[in-house]
Design a protein around this ligand. Structure first.
Ligand SMILES: *[C@@H]1O[C@H](CO)[C@@H](O)[C@H](O)[C@H]1NC(C)=O
Ligand SMILES: *[C@@H]1O[C@H](CO)[C@@H](O)[C@H](O)[C@H]1NC(C)=O
Length: 278
């Protein structure tokens, strides 16, 4: 249940129902059975669906920024958001090699996220979402070995990457399933295409403390050549953002029925029986 230290209004509580038994007394799997007041429901067969869906997802994001106790109980705070540990390895037959481990990471700025367009496919209920984030800051501890812009690096310490005017094209695969009388999205896969408008960065201790002066000039070099810097780190940054958002979206959409977003969504049996989707 959601009664571990969270206070919330009776109205919010009313929308919840404990459906499944608690697993060994530790974790209960709850979901909304009444539509929360901040949600806007759309019909996929409506010609204005994309417009409606864009507003609907924006409202959810705005509310997430303000806090939704039942959701935050599962995902934690939305901004700053805790990022899972990332272990990254890129080996291109020796040409570009980069190994990085990111820990104690947070993402700052998601509460200012703008949904520019939210499309849902009638065929397989995959999504295509255009997102804009004015400023996304990834900050934490790094350990890195490899090369960025031909500079051999071998360091560990605190780092941040601040991406300004970030446009994201997000493609999401889903699989519908039912709980009780509701249909839910199981978010199974995410692919992101990131287009930054600017990048600021700083890696402390980038040469394992060998020279503060060289460290400063290297970070300056990265900032002056931020486009090339971003391209070099694109796979790492993309993986970080994808992993983070996939986890969040999975958790949110196990809690909130898809029917509250798309009123006329088919049941999974209808959709998959037709052989319309895999
Ligand atoms: C990242 O962590 C893994 C597992 O702990 C380790 O094998 C690898 O060497 C680390 N990479 C770096 C660059 O420190
Ligand atoms: C969601 O999909 C994953 C695999 O993609 C699967 O392991 C999991 O059981 C699914 N969850 C539900 C509730 O259907």
């Amino acid at each position: 249940m959601f009664n571990n230290g969270f206070t919330r209004s009776a109205a919010v509580l009313k929308g919840l129902l404990v459906v499944l038994a608690c697993v060994s007394g530790a974790q209960c799997l709850d979901y909304y059975t009444e539509k929360p007041s901040y949600m806007q429901t759309c019909r996929i067969n409506d010609p204005e669906f994309v417009k409606c869906s864009t507003t609907s997802i924006q409202k959810l994001m705005d509310q997430l920024g303000k806090g939704i106790p039942e959701v935050n109980a599962v995902i934690g705070p939305f901004d700053p958001l805790k990022v899972k540990e990332i272990q990254f390895a890129q080996d291109n037959q020796g040409a570009v090699t980069l190994h990085a481990n990111l820990t104690e990471m947070v993402a700052i700025g998601l509460s200012k996220l703008v949904i520019k367009e939210s499309k849902v496919s009638k065929k397989d209920y995959s999504w295509e979402t255009k997102i804009y984030i004015p400023k996304l800051r990834l900050e934490g501890q790094y350990k890195m070995a490899g090369k960025i812009l031909l500079i051999p690096l071998n360091g560990a310490g605190h780092m941040f990457i601040e991406i300004e005017k970030l446009n994201i094209l997000m493609r999401t695969k889903t699989r519908l399933y039912e709980k009780g009388d509701f249909t839910f999205y199981n978010v199974t896969k995410i692919r992101m295409d990131l287009t930054p408008g600017g990048v600021k960065t700083n890696f402390e201790n980038i040469f394992n403390g060998n020279s503060k002066e060289v460290e400063r000039s290297t970070n300056l070099f990265f900032n002056e050549n931020w486009r090339e810097f971003f391209e070099a780190l694109r796979p790492l940054i993309t993986e970080t953002v994808e992993t983070t958002l996939l986890d969040i979206l999975q958790k949110i959409f196990h809690l909130i029925p898809a029917n509250f977003f798309v009123e006329d969504i088919p049941k999974s049996t209808e959709l998959y029986a037709k052989g319309k989707a895999n």
